[in-house]
Design a protein around this ligand. Structure first.
Ligand code: ATP
Length: 216
């Protein structure tokens, strides 16, 4: 059987239960052998996150602690340059060889911005794309992304059938939680309890991230 490795990249500013439950659901429903959470070091298609990548990675480590089916992958921090997914995937492909199935996981919100990514059409040479729904987002009917999507769309079995090359859409539970909401609540002095792991919530309070004052 072909090994199936998922790569879930993000700013994780901070990581929250929307990310973590999704990662676990994907492992359980699609049978990934590895689910690697990859915090970006320097994001290239969004504003500076304002929180150093080492701290965002630390929150991922805290958030996944005790869950052996989820792994932290710090390769974009180690690389130290602008974080391009195409570089991350080509590095993983070189490490794992040609037969392993690699899948880059992203929410539909992220997929809609794909044509702005560096060398985006080359991503499929290294991996599949797995696009999960996210409340409030829809794929447009026309345009270059819609055309790309029509050409490469396949069912979930493509993730096991080939090492790379398909775009798979999955209608799966997506908790309506965003990092933006967590930062906003924190800055307003309101509680973020039950939206993210308690260990991450405490780290934010201790490190006074996002304007955190008292632990509430
Ligand atoms: P922000 O609010 O700062 O934009 P975010 O909550 O969208 O952050 P990111 O770290 O930017 O989190 O997201 C990383 C990846 O996780 C993206 O592909 C995004 O689509 C996906 N994602 C984030 N939150 C959820 C969620 N609640 N359900 C499903 N996917 C999510």
């Amino acid at each position: 059987m072909r090994k199936k490795v998922a790569i879930f990249g993000g700013t994780f500013n901070p990581v929250h239960n929307g990310h973590l439950r999704l990662a676990l659901d994907l492992v359980q429903q699609l049978g990934f052998d590895e689910m690697r959470l990859v915090p970006c070091h320097i994001p290239t298609h969004r504003a500076d996150p304002g929180v150093a990548s080492a701290r965002r990675a630390q929150m991922v480590t805290l958030g996944i602690a005790g869950n052996p089916s989820l792994q932290m992958d710090d390769r974009e921090l180690v690389r130290g340059s602008a974080s391009y997914s195409v570089d991350t995937l080509s590095q993983l492909r070189a490490e794992r060889g040609g037969e392993c199935s690699l899948t880059l996981v992203m929410g539909l919100d992220a997929y809609l911005g794909l044509p702005q990514w560096h060398r985006w059409r080359e991503l499929l040479a290294f991996a599949h794309l797995l696009v999960v729904n996210r409340p409030g987002y829809q794929l447009p009917a026309g345009g270059e992304l819609a055309e790309f999507d029509r050409i490469y769309s396949a069912g979930a079995e493509a993730l096991s059938a080939a090492p790379a090359g398909a775009v798979v859409h999955l209608d799966i539970r997506a908790l309506d939680i965003s990092a933006t909401e967590i930062r906003t609540l924190t800055a307003a002095g309101l509680s973020t309890r039950f939206l993210l792991p308690e260990s991450v919530r405490r780290y934010i309070a201790e490190q006074q991230l996002y304007g955190a004052r008292d632990d509430c």
